[in-house]
Design a protein around this ligand. Structure first.
Ligand code: NAD
Length: 303
């Protein structure tokens, strides 16, 4: 039987509706509008399209949103000064600096400059430390891992006690996701294995997984014989493998492929996310959820 398709676009629409309602309530009850600034350095096409999508969503949800477009050659100090300004700006609850940054700017320094209270990407070491410790001190969860966890919860995938294999150990997906899913607590409590480029016999690890999450950035890496029949397969990969002309606009648009050989794996898996329309929409939605959360915390601190 072909796998159930986990439609991230539909689930993210549901969550956005919830955020919209909560945003209205916050405006009415406290006079606070969630505020998000997105900062883009240079004009890398993928970064431009991510930032545009984030701004569009913030606008649709009724947020106060600001887009900062900075030249490729802006100095590190110039960028730090701008972030410091938004750290103090009471209208802004979330600061997002689109990565990657040009080589002359130290990414770690920039992330460390963002106030942890406004770190809606959850890249700051303080927030990542809290995530590692777990429990009530966790404020933000990084957007892509949070989106994946939420997708599974809302698709009735049983995480507790499951054998989870995560392919990839990046700081933004693999590592934080592994930490989140292994915590003792609700919607976690899994046995997690993280595999990466130095792992011997990758496929044998993947084949053990009740939940296989792939964030490697290698198109069609996971083949059907790597997947346990009935497993839940979450494909995080977004790989630009070419261009096609859009029927709607007549303009070239990228052809996107995931890290999983979807057409073949869907006949083996029990549930699977497509690319596009799976994890991608959830990432932006969780960014909005974090911004709302930050605004709610601001309201609590300033009654
Ligand atoms: P990254 O390059 O920082 O990390 C990739 C990880 O995969 C590394 O830890 C590496 O060890 C591992 N890896 C690479 N090739 C491998 C192989 N052949 N076998 C085993 N492990 C391998 O990438 P990232 O930022 O974590 O992103 C991974 C993918 O997810 C990319 O395609 C990216 O575009 C996508 N992504 C999507 C979203 C989304 O919202 N949908 C968000 C973030 C990243």
């Amino acid at each position: 039987m072909p796998a159930r398709i986990i439609k991230g676009s539909e689930i993210s629409d549901q969550i956005k509706q919830e955020i919209k309602v909560e945003t209205q309530r916050l405006k009415q009850d406290c006079g606070i509008t969630p505020g998000l600034v997105t900062i883009l350095v240079g004009n890398n096409p993928a970064s431009v399209s991510y930032v545009t999508a984030k701004q569009k969503t913030a606008h649709e949800l009724g947020f106060y949103s600001v887009q900062e477009n900075l030249p490729q050659d802006i100095s590190e100090k110039g960028l730090i000064d701008l972030i410091d300004r938004y750290n103090l700006d009471q209208r802004i609850h979330g600061i997002l600096v689109q990565l990657p940054l040009p080589k002359h700017i130290d990414e770690h320094k920039i992330i460390n400059t963002i106030s942890p209270d406004k770190d809606v990407d959850c890249f700051h070491p303080l927030n990542l430390g809290k995530l590692l410790i777990g429990g009530d001190d966790v404020v933000f969860k990084p957007c892509t891992p949070a989106g994946i966890q939420e997708l599974m919860i809302r698709s009735d995938i049983n995480i507790s006690g499951a054998e989870v294999v995560v392919v990839g150990r990046s700081n933004i997906v693999g590592k934080p996701l592994a930490v989140m899913l292994m915590q003792k607590g609700k919607n976690a409590n899994a046995t997690v294995t993280v595999v990466h480029t130095a792992t011997k016999d990758l496929s044998s690890h993947c084949k053990r997984a009740d939940i296989l999450i792939v964030a490697a950035g290698v198109p069609n890496l996971v083949k059907p014989d790597w997947v346990k029949p009935g497993a839940c397969v979450i494909d995080v990969g977004v790989n630009r493998v070419g261009e096609r002309i859009s029927e709607k606009t007549g303009k070239p648009v990228p052809i996107l492929k995931g890290d999983v050989d979807f057409d073949a794996v869907k006949d083996i898996a029990g549930a699977i996310t497509p690319v596009p329309g799976g994890v991608g929409p959830m990432t932006i939605t969780m960014l909005m959820k974090n911004t709302l959360l930050s605004a709610l915390m601001h309201a609590k601190r300033n009654p």
